[in-house]
Design a protein around this ligand. Structure first.
Ligand SMILES: Nc1ncnc2c1ncn2[C@@H]1O[C@H](COP(=O)(O)OP(=O)(O)OP(=O)(O)O)[C@@H](O)[C@H]1O
Ligand SMILES: [Mg+2]
Length: 357
């Protein structure tokens, strides 16, 4: 007897990351006890054509709009994506993530106090943001009263509206909107409870996050980025952006073998990022007494040749490029491709995982 019609429909989830240089989509399906990759796609700017995986430069304002929705719609159809229920990321640079401490109080009191106190920490009117928060430490029952650390996340309503408009125009139903750093923590860190510095080297900016005990504790965004590296290289060598982009990807900041010139142009920008990482991790150590034990790098610029080595030289700790597809079932022929595109797809994978874990 064929009883397949009685089988429960497999849960499928779609993650969409609207990045500055490209839009990434990942569809995952929940198997018996593994997640399976059932689809992925990338839409490249500036013409927003769907091509292979070579991100080009484009400003985020150009990215948002009707054109993008048209392309998402077309891609969903062409790639035969099964579900229209999507989780979509919000960039760190469009949100405010900060920590605050409250005096000792009950869990019920915290909810009210957070909204009230948040005004002091968020630089825009509280009525114009969507506010979320989480306890960074459980409130102890019994024992001496302690201050209560809170992570605050605020996203301007205007940003939420832009993303929900794009989703609606794309024929998508929004399951969740999530600030990208939380998606990254899900896809790259999973069960590791150690003190980790997660660095997302994107096209428009670099996000530095400390994840400790599996929770996002601190997150900062700086403007030094992959496309800035390309621009500086193009200016210094007097070449066009496309050519500079190719040289950057090929040579990066590797030293030796007559490649000093390119490295000398790009590495001062990496040094700016290092300076910020040092500052953020030192403040975290001062406040919490916890030292970051490893660095996980992600974002397309994490593939900059020589970056991992330079990182190790500077910080002398474990450094690796995160692999968001680790543990996800996929056809073996895709393994080398997924390794290559992993850094750019980490946010989209984390978004797709959100509803399946
Ligand atoms: N092999 C490589 N070496 C160096 N840089 C690379 C390499 N491959 C891609 N990049 C750079 O990665 C960047 C794109 O990365 P990514 O896809 O993570 O950005 P994005 O998500 O679109 O941008 P953002 O997160 O800043 O909005 C571009 O600046 C590109 O030049
Ligand atoms: Mg990105």
């Amino acid at each position: 007897m064929n009883i397949s019609f009685l089988k429960k429909r497999k849960a499928t989830s779609l993650g969409i990351d609207i990045g500055t240089s490209s839009i990434k989509m990942v569809e995952l399906t929940k198997g018996e006890d593994v997640l399976k990759l059932t689809n992925y796609a990338e839409i490249i700017s500036p013409k927003l054509e769907r091509k292979s995986f070579t991100p080009l430069e484009m400003s985020s304002t150009q990215v948002l709009g009707e054109g993008i929705a048209e392309l998402i719609k077309k891609t969903l159809k062409e790639a035969q994506v099964r579900t229209r229920l999507a989780s979509i990321s919000i960039p760190v640079f469009s949100s405010f993530i900060t920590t605050m401490t409250l005096p000792f109080m009950t869990k019920e009191e915290v909810a009210q106090a957070v909204t009230f106190q948040a005004r002091q920490y968020i630089p825009v009117p509280i009525s114009e943001v969507v506010l979320d928060w989480t306890l960074l430490k459980e409130i102890p029952e019994g024992g001496p009263p302690q201050k209560i650390p809170i992570l605050l996340v605020a996203v301007p309503e205007e940003i939420i509206r832009k993303y929900t408009d794009i989703a609606a125009l794309s024929g998508l139903q929004v399951k969740a909107l999530e600030v990208e750093t939380f998606s990254l923590a899900r896809s790259l860190i999973q069960d590791d409870k150690s003190s980790i510095c997660l660095v997302d080297f994107g096209a428009r900016g670099t996000n530095i996050t400390i994840v400790d005990g599996g929770m996002v504790k601190v997150c900062r965004s700086i403007e030094t980025s992959g496309s800035e590296m390309t621009k500086v290289l193009a200016g210094s060598l007097n070449i066009d952006f496309k050519r500079a982009e190719d040289i950057k990807k090929e040579r990066g900041i590797r030293r030796g073998g007559g490649e000093e010139e390119i490295s000398q142009i790009i590495s001062p920008l990496v040094d700016i990022i290092f300076f910020e990482i040092e500052k953020i991790t030192a403040i975290y150590f001062q406040k919490n007494g916890t030292r970051v034990v490893k660095f996980i790098l992600t974002g397309g610029t994490a593939k900059l040749p020589g970056l991992v080595e330079y990182f190790v030289e500077k910080f002398g700790r474990e450094v690796r490029i995160g692999d968001p597809f680790r543990g996800i079932e996929c056809p073996p022929v895709l393994t080398p491709i997924l390794k290559e595109i992993g850094p750019s797809f980490a946010v989209a994978v984390g978004l797709a995982m959100r509803e399946l874990r």
